[in-house]
Design a protein around this ligand. Structure first.
Ligand SMILES: NC(=O)c1ccc[n+]([C@@H]2O[C@H](COP(=O)([O-])OP(=O)(O)OC[C@H]3O[C@@H](n4cnc5c(N)ncnc54)[C@H](OP(=O)(O)O)[C@@H]3O)[C@@H](O)[C@H]2O)c1
Length: 246
């Protein structure tokens, strides 16, 4: 798919991987929908950076764990751009805030609703539009934690493993018009590592074969590749500095 003038909705694009991805798609000439939940300043920064390079974008605040807010998000996108050509389900709570054995049902619902149910509901809305126009791409941001053993964040890992299955299973259901894939990042030094010690950060890198962080741009590269390549569907691509080779 050619990206120029395509409408690309990226959930959770107020910081980190989502923010960099939004700017990269704007550089490709796409019209970008920036979504955030709390970080209005980050969303506005993304918008400023896109406008500085002459890009076209829309900022929408919406909590992807809430069906009514997802409906409002799509309503605003349709009002401005009429459709969605690419949906990147990137918004997520990045790990279990409370360890699983101490978590309340509400703690678990909050994470699963954001990281797994949110992408499912956003995809349903996007598919309605994509089926009408006869094409579209959905990419889910998964994680190395969704691969076999998921580390200490049990609910997060289970949600990402669910997202992998969702990507593969949905891909067959909506073919041939729509392609669905996932990108599973390794350790990308976004704000979630800010409070960790140097020692902890080093221990993550030691677990990779390449002994390095993955950059936000390297994840954006994978998203762009999956949009441009029309032959791939139902794949989970690990961009992980070799973490899953261990
Ligand atoms: N960094 C890594 O090492 C790594 C590794 C594997 C996978 N990932 C995945 O990569 C994606 C991006 O993570 P990141 O590292 O870039 O973290 P980040 O900077 O914390 O980005 C998370 C984004 O999700 C948004 N968000 C969270 N809850 C939301 C909600 N209920 N509704 C709408 N937006 C919501 C945040 O927006 P607000 O701040 O406005 O709420 C923010 O824009 C996530 O799916 C994460 O699981 C990251």
């Amino acid at each position: 798919m050619e990206l120029k003038d395509k409408v690309v909705l990226i959930t959770g694009s107020s910081s980190g991987i989502g923010k960099t991805t939004a700017i990269r798609f704007a550089k490709e000439g796409a019209k970008v929908v920036i979504n955030y939940h709390i970080n209005e300043e980050g969303a506005n920064e993304t918008q400023k950076e896109i406008e500085a390079i002459g890009g076209d974008c829309l900022v929408v605040k919406a909590d992807v764990s809430k069906p009514e807010e997802i409906s409002m998000l799509f309503k605003k996108v349709i009002e401005k751009y009429s459709t969605v050509d690419v949906l990147i389900n990137n918004a997520a709570i990045p790990n279990d805030k409370v360890p699983y054995l101490e978590a309340t049902p509400e703690d678990i619902y909050e994470l699963v609703n954001t990281d797994l149910v949110g992408p499912m509901l956003c995809s349903k809305k996007a598919i309605e539009l994509m089926q009408k126009q006869g094409y579209g791409k959905i990419i889910n941001t998964s994680s190395i934690r969704g691969w076999e053993y998921g580390g200490r964040s049990v609910v997060y890992a289970s949600s990402k493993a669910g997202l992998n299955s969702f990507s593969r299973t949905l891909a067959k259901m909506v073919a041939p018009e729509i392609q669905v894939n996932a990108v599973a990042p390794g350790f990308v030094k976004t704000r979630n590592y800010d409070k960790m010690s140097e020692e902890q950060c080093k221990s993550f890198i030691e677990q990779t074969v390449l002994k390095r962080w993955v950059t936000e741009d390297e994840i954006a590269d994978a998203f762009i590749f999956l949009c441009k390549n029309d032959a791939m569907t139902g794949q989970v691509i690990y961009v992980d500095a070799g973490f899953t080779l261990k």
